[in-house]
Design a protein around this ligand. Sequence first.
Ligand SMILES: Nc1ncnc2c1ncn2[C@@H]1O[C@H](COP(=O)(O)OP(=O)(O)O)[C@@H](O)[C@H]1O
Ligand SMILES: [Mg+2]
Length: 332
Amino acid sequence: MEYRLGPAQQAADGREITLEVKNLKVYYSTPTGDVRAVDDVSFHVYKGEILGLVGESGCGKTTTAMAILRMVQPPGRIVSGQVLLDGVDLVKLNESQLRQVRWNTLALIPQGAMNSLNPVMRIHTQIAEAIVTHEGKQPKDKLKQRILDLLTMVGLPSRVYDMYPHELSGGMKQRVCIAMAIALHPSLIIADEPTSALDVVVQRVVGQTLLDVKKRLDVSMILIGHDMGLQAQLVDRIAVMYAGHMVEVAPVRAIFAEPLHPYTQLLIESIPSIKERKPLKLTEGLTHDLRNPPPGCIFQERCPKVMEVCRMERPQLRPIRPEHYVACYLYE
Ligand SMILES: Nc1ncnc2c1ncn2[C@@H]1O[C@H](COP(=O)(O)OP(=O)(O)O)[C@@H](O)[C@H]1O
Ligand SMILES: [Mg+2]
């Protein structure tokens, strides 16, 4: 059976919603219990926007991405929830229906993608392989032109066509990965920490490439990262995760002007500014075990504003004002 997209969802204000994640739970089973890597997470992505997904290492960003693509590997599993792409629930699709969606409408730039380019294959062969695998054989000259166009689109010179990965800088390799991701005309690209291994200047170049691609192709994007400073320059809205929970979602300007969740406040305070390098207020890693989360708010143990109610029941993510969602009792 051929997979067909349903009618696009619409938000209350009329903007089209491309992707809607509802109450998603993804657990990893371990001998000592389930790791609740993604625990009842909801958010959406508007058509044509870049949504930044941020939070420190281990908070569940990659697991969320993998669940959207239905690529969670054992011992992980989607426990419950919905992933609605243009209104169709991907969680319910079978493998053959999924295969079509995955490459034709969704594209992933995996974490560390630039280091997984095949070292003994020329760049054009790798891009061609991605295209031919999903679209079948094509006339040689047409394929070549398409690959050259893709390289141009990501700001790479045509000589890259014949090069090997080791002849390219990190930034160039990452742009090759972006070219591969857009090769099949996806409507949503998920880029998992695409700039993390790069130095600051190159990060900006790759970030700009993502912006150009988004504009040219009118795609939606989920940009995963932990660098709030870089996110601020690239994304339209930011979704903040902490220990498997979504704690705040808001337009980028609103979240920097007035971060509501105490965790978001700490994240923003710890952005190193160019003038003075502030020490990080956050320690890397989580303070409690995701196997056995405490009742109440997931951030209670690190929260400078913790109240009694925070230890009792989990706060729900709700809109405090239009488009500004937060899960925190300070605002109830
Ligand atoms: N195969 C696995 N088995 C058990 N726990 C896992 C596995 N993979 C990831 N996790 C746990 O799931 C949580 C989320 O991981 P991940 O999604 O990779 O976070 P992020 O991308 O935000 O760094 C982490 O606490 C991690 O330890
Ligand atoms: Mg990750």
